[in-house]
Ligand binder design. Sequence first.
Ligand code: 5GP
Length: 184
Amino acid sequence: MERIQVHDKTFVPLLTADQISLRVAALAKQIGEDYKEKRPLLLAVLNGSFMFAADLFRLLAIDAEISFIKIASYQGMRSSGKVVTAIGMEQDLSGRDVLLIEDIVDTGKTLHHFIPTLLQQHPASVRVATFLHKPDATVYPVSLSYVGFEIPDRFVVGYGLDYDGLGRNHHQVYQLATGDADES
Ligand code: 5GP
């Protein structure tokens, strides 16, 4: 694989398409076993997770539903700070086994703030499947049940992940080249 240019930055190969498809298949098998006879509701967090969610979902050999949401965060009126809500969440989650599908867990902030919002609807269970995890960057406690790959704390693109709108359509994952400043 060659290095690529996205906007003003250079990226180098990190994960091949083969590595990704093998790992996604293994995750789908594991999830299929863990949720056998449970009919989970996958909630894919847009935009970045759409490719991972589609590949994972088509390999699931059990009855399952999928829905797509966007997470929006804004500063609340009170001192308690951030309010995190989901856009596009129409399902009743009560009693459901919810599996959140994320592209990447970086600091963990998004999920740390969002999961309590989900729990207010009394799902039977909430777990997280993330394609990528940057353990060295994670500062908010989040429990991750399924992780595709643990990667270094450098900005990545490809397989659904973008840099300022571009780079999502690569089959591979690329990381920012050393020497290119990481401003993420
Ligand atoms: P967190 O709240 O865990 O810090 O960040 C999660 C979100 O930040 C991800 O869903 C993703 O949209 C974005 N993000 C974090 N790291 C990266 C990265 O290396 N590349 C891209 N494209 N997005 C990232």
